[in-house]
Design a protein around this ligand. Sequence first.
Ligand SMILES: CC(C)(COP(=O)(O)OP(=O)(O)OC[C@H]1O[C@@H](n2cnc3c(N)ncnc32)[C@H](O)[C@@H]1OP(=O)(O)O)[C@@H](O)C(=O)NCCC(=O)NCCS
Length: 186
Amino acid sequence: MLKTVAILDGELRERAYDVYYECFAPLQVAAVQQHLMSRADFDEIAADEGTDKVLIADDAGAVVGLTTITNDLSKVSLVSNDYYEAHYPTLYKERKILYVPLIAILPHCQGRFAELVTAFFQICVTRDAVLGMDVCDHNVDLGFVKAIRLLTERCAGPEPESGHKPIARRIDAQSYWLFDPSGRHL
Ligand SMILES: CC(C)(COP(=O)(O)OP(=O)(O)OC[C@H]1O[C@@H](n2cnc3c(N)ncnc32)[C@H](O)[C@@H]1OP(=O)(O)O)[C@@H](O)C(=O)NCCC(=O)NCCS
């Protein structure tokens, strides 16, 4: 079951934070960039009505996953609004770029990811919009992008009515480097 709320508060916020932390803490050692938000930043997003919070619940109603989605790119840290405005002016102006800053699903809840991507696909189709995400290399290597691409193609079906097929385009990348002048440390 997926439930979308504008504001996360009380017990629900606590539970959502626990799920978020459990999913994202391992990235602290797997990825160079800081992916784990501070509790203060999490609380800010939880209280921000401009970012929808999608909660994933198990059969007993317990929160087992969380994702956020917004069509207001100014809410997404580390994203340049100027870039999107310059490169995708119509989509930007019409707020048809839906950004998903985070997806967190507890490890024992396999299968919910497909449900989530299907829901994203339907939102995009309804709003004639595109979906934006940033993905670290670690997750690319785990097959994260490939999985979303395959699920999106499955949702679109073998012969989409429009004749247009789903596209996944990497629009930028960032790499991190260490330089060792002595050649002894790396
Ligand atoms: C990424 C994540 C949401 C996937 O949810 P899940 O329930 O594990 O999804 P599934 O098991 O159905 O796997 C879906 C696909 O995601 C990829 N995947 C699996 N575990 C992953 C992980 N820990 N991190 C990234 N991608 C992963 C795989 O390619 C998988 O495809 P496959 O089934 O063809 O191998 C979940 O593992 C998670 O919360 N990871 C930590 C937070 C994170 O990295 N979020 C993504 C960036 S915002």
